[in-house]
Every structure is written in C-alpha cells, then in structure tokens.
Design a protein around this ligand. Structure first.
Ligand code: FDA
Length: 501
C-alpha cells in the first residue's frame, strides 16, 4: 500500500473539523479530511437518504443488530427499537460501563443526527468555564462568525403561536410559566421557512415527519451543506470517507504518520493505509480524539503526551425526563422533531438548569412532555487504556450523574407542583423518571489550557492540534455545537497566522 501525504490532515468532519478545514482551504493549505462514516447524499431504493425514526432500518445506526433509541420504551413496552442489519449507519451509541455516548457518524458528524439547536452560551458562564479565553473577542467575532456560517435562523414568533407542530412546546411553556419560570426561543440551523412549508404540505416533510436522531432528509443545514460545502469549494480540501484513523505516530522529521483503515459500508476492511501530514488536526469528537491520544501515549507512540490527556470529561449535565400532562392539555400528534424552546433556569443559585423542550414525535397523541435538561454538574470522568483489549475506555460512575438528577428534579418538581402533574415512569425501560445513563453532549478529554495550550496546540507535540468538543471542559451550559464551532474558528485563525503562514 502506497504512502499518501497531505500538508494538513484533519481527522473527522464534525463541527471543529469542518471549521478548521474551511479556514485551512481558504488559506491555500492542501487539506485532507479523514472520516470513518459515510457521505450521506444518495437516496436508497425507498427514495430517502435517511430512514425515519418511526421505521428505522440499517442506515439508522453504526454497526448494531438492534436500534438503541434514547427513549427505550413507551408505556413500558419495547415498541420503539427494531432489529437491524449491522451497517455503517449514521448514529452511534458507544457504551462505557454506566455511561453511553451518542455521536453522529458520517460527513458532518453530529450535525447529521442532532436537534439543530444553535445556542450561544451565556457570556458569564463561558467566562467561568474558559477564563483564559478572551470573551470579548469570542462574543464580538467568533460566535457571530460561527452562527453565520452554520446558517443559524430564528423562528417566526407569530407562527410559533399558531402552528400545530409546536403545540407540545406551548403546552410545556404554559406549565413552566405556571411555576414562575422563564422560557426562551432557541435558534436553529434547521430552516424554519422550510418547516413552515412542511406544515402546509408545500414541500416534503422532514422535521414534521418525525425525522431526528437518524438524520433529516430535508430542511436541516447540516455541515455537509454549510462549512464542508464551503471547504470543498476552496478547491484545497478533499474528504475520504469510510477511513478510520487507528494510530498516530511522529516521524523523525517531525511529521505525523497515521495508520488508517479503509472499509466498505458493511464493515469489510478494504485497505490499511499510511498517511503522512505536516499539520495534524484532531476533530474526531470528544471520545474519538481523546481515545486516539490516550492510546498513542499508553502504547508509546507519542510518549511525551502529558497526564492531562484523557482528563476533564463531562456530560454537559444531560438528563432526560418526561412529564404527564392532563387530558385537557394534549401535546399534539404532529410534533416538529427540531426543538424551538427552552426553560432557562440557569440563574438558579443552587441548581442551574437549561432544559430544552424536546419533541416526542410518535405520530399519535401521548399527553407527554419530554425534556433534555442541561445541568451544572462539576463531576468529571477520565479515559484510560486497557492493554488487554488494546482499547480506550471512558470512566464515569452512575453516582457522578446524581448531581444532574438533583438539579432536574429541583426544577421539574416545581413545575409538577404548580400544574398538579407527575413524571412519566414508562419511558426509560424500567420505572426510573430521570435518565442520566447517556449523553448527547460529550465534552472534554483534551481540555484547552490543560492538555493543549490556549489555542488547541497539544502540549509536547508541535503541529498537532485539537479542534473539537474535547477542548471544552465538560460543560457549556447550553447545547454545545455553537461553542465548539466558535472556539475552532478562533483557534484556527491564530494557528494559520502564527504556525502555518
Ligand atoms: P463530532 O462528533 O460532530 O464529529 C466527529 C467526527 O469524527 C464524526 O463524524 C466521527 O465519525 C468522526 N471520527 C471519530 N473518530 C474517528 C476516527 N478515528 N477516524 C476518522 N473519523 C473519526 N448539539 C447542539 O448544539 N444542538 C443540538 O440540538 C444537539 N442535539 C443533539 C442530538 C443528538 C442525537 C446528538 C447525538 C448530539 C446532539 N448535539 C447537539 C451535540 C452535537 O452534535 C455535538 O456536540 C457535536 O457534533 C460535537 O462536535 P465535534 O466537532 O466535537 O465532533
């Protein structure tokens, strides 16, 4: 197998990777992106690119024999998950003891599967989590730049009040307001103009056809349509799909050498390649990038990596829960899969919470309100290498998630008391009311200013950079992709100016 070389290599095609590749390409740097998932641009025989959430097939998940939706049951019935053929599908759920982590797989990473909520963190909280980053610069330059390039848009508030597909959000808003709480609209990278046309059946439905977590066939400005399209448009960026980076070493001349496994969509290995790079950017996500570096340190491939590599991982305080509404408060059988509203209780002195009002797009009336609560949980996990299996595992105890449950309970007990309602206990496979055994928002592992310098340069290794969610110390207080993108924009601008040009 011949040896390939590119001046810059970016591992992954998620938010951090995509922003980095666009700026490298625009600066004229030949850049190769390596993505272990597929390019999702071709319709299957059923005419769709992605399967629907209500009728998932092999495209839904990354090499599983059964789908693993976050909402495991309904009325305690195992009616949600389906048997599937193992395949290079779009959503992965990685299991590490008491914690499992959902991630997107494919060109666009998490942007393919996520809820499109484009939330800029509160400045005071950003200053708390990353005090050494110049917040004025972030809020004046990089957050606006990220939002503009991501295609952030805002819902028409008049339409929100009257449309059918956000009745569920209006019902949850009323319940929150009855408890004296504040709600706020959440910006999105789903095209709200398109969504309006979905409701009146002028265009094919996507958000209104229960599409979320296994991909959206229409309406969503995923990274393949924004940053990555622009990156390819520079003519300097190429993307290789179904290429998984397995190992990183450093050559005597200071360049990096990657061992890359190329497969087909059924998982058959087609080739093992060696790819060299002068500048190497890790954008494989919190779990992906951290695992690569922890393994490189522990196997002696990059022995100078320090002890901060693999530390500082958090769940962004994620907890999912449902409430049962009264019979006179139906949430609607038509629900937009893209959330548009949150309950903002981040100023609570004991238990800060930002709770997104999530859909339960079952296609039937459920009288249920679903939420993904983002809480402030100071607990952190870490990554360790297991030589017996030659793999890296995340260590997080269930008890570490208790603080998140306490915070969510503090908020939703108030809502239930004010509305004389109760929690749903049928949604998470047993009778639990709070689900904190998974996260959608893995953050940290290669924290900015700890495992790296203040621009994502890995300590001890020149020309090796981290660009993704692993830089963020376990929490952003809101849905994370805007923060990840803005930080990547800031870092790559500095790195191009000082290291590359
Ligand atoms: P990201 O995970 O996006 O990308 C990493 C890429 O690298 C993937 O494509 C992966 O396949 C690839 N990769 C990994 N290892 C590799 C290797 N060894 N070799 C080659 N490629 C490799 N956030 C938000 O702000 N608003 C929201 O509404 C939501 N909703 C939401 C819903 C669901 C279901 C999920 C799973 C997640 C969200 N999120 C979200 C979270 C958001 O999607 C997430 O924070 C970002 O995608 C993380 O961006 P990164 O750049 O860190 O990596």
């Amino acid at each position: 197998e011949g040896r390939d070389y590119s001046e810059a290599v970016v591992i992954g095609t998620g938010y951090g990777a995509a922003a980095t590749a666009l700026r490298l390409g625009a600066a004229g740097v030949p850049t190769l992106m390596l993505e272990m998932g597929q390019l999702w641009d071709t319709a299957s025989s059923d005419g769709t690119i992605f399967p629907s959430m209500l009728n998932p097939d092999k495209r839904s998940m990354w090499f599983k024999t059964r789908t693993e939706a976050p909402l495991a049951t309904f009325l305690w019935l195992d009616v949600i998950n389906k048997d599937i053929t193992p395949y290079a599908g779009v959503l992965d759920r990685m299991h590490f003891g008491d914690m499992s982590v959902f991630v997107g797989r494919g060109v666009g990473g998490g942007s393919l599967v996520n809820g499109a909520m484009a939330v800029t963190p509160k400045r005071s909280y950003f200053e708390e989590i990353l005090p050494e980053v110049n917040a004025a610069e972030m809020y004046d330059v990089y957050f606006p730049r990220a939002n503009a390039n991501l295609g952030k848009n805002d819902i028409d508030p008049a339409w929100f009040e009257t449309c059918d597909c956000y009745q569920y959000a209006r019902v949850s808003r009323k319940a929150a307001q009855n408890a004296g709480l504040t709600t706020t609209f959440v910006p999105s990278v789903y095209d709200f103009t398109y969504m309006k046309q979905e409701e009146t059946n002028q265009v094919p439905r996507s958000a209104l056809a229960s599409e979320v977590i296994y991909g959206n066939n229409h309406g969503k400005r995923s990274l393949d349509k924004t940053y990555l399209a622009a990156a390819l448009g520079t003519g300097m960026v190429t993307i290789k799909t179904l290429h998984e980076v397995r190992e990183i070493t450093r050559q005597p001349d200071g360049t990096y050498l990657l061992t890359v496994r190329q497969t087909d969509a059924e998982g058959n290995v087609l080739a093992t390649k060696q790819i060299g790079a002068k500048y190497l950017f890790l954008g494989a996500g919190s779990i992906g990038s951290t695992s690569l570096l922890v393994r490189a340190r522990e196997t002696g491939k990059l022995p100078l990596l320090g002890s901060e590599v693999g530390q500082g991982w958090g769940t962004n305080g994620n907890v999912m829960l449902g409430r049962a509404n009264h019979i006179w408060d139906p949430t609607g059988s038509l629900q937009s899969g893209m959330p548009a509203m949150g309950i903002d209780a981040w100023n609570d002195p004991a238990y800060p919470v930002f709770a997104e009002i999530a859909p339960l797009p079952a296609g039937i009336e459920t009288w249920a309100s679903l939420y993904l609560a983002i809480t402030k949980n100071p607990e952190r996990g870490y990554f360790a290498y297991d030589s017996a299996t030659d793999s890296v595992t995340l260590h997080w105890d269930l008890a570490q998630g208790q603080r998140s449950i306490d915070a969510a309970k503090n908020l939703f007990d108030k809502i239930n008391a004010a509305n004389v309602t109760v929690y749903r206990s049928d949604l998470f496979s047993d009778t639990r009311t709070f689900e904190n055994r998974f996260t959608y928002h893995p953050l940290g592992g290669l924290v900015l200013g700890k495992a790296t310098d203040l621009y994502g340069r890995v300590n001890g290794y020149p020309n090796l950079y981290v660009t993704d969610g692993s830089l963020i110390p376990g929490s952003t207080g809101v849905n994370p992709f805007v923060t990840i993108t803005a930080l990547a924009e800031r870092n790559i601008e500095h790195i191009i100016a000082t290291d590359i040009r």
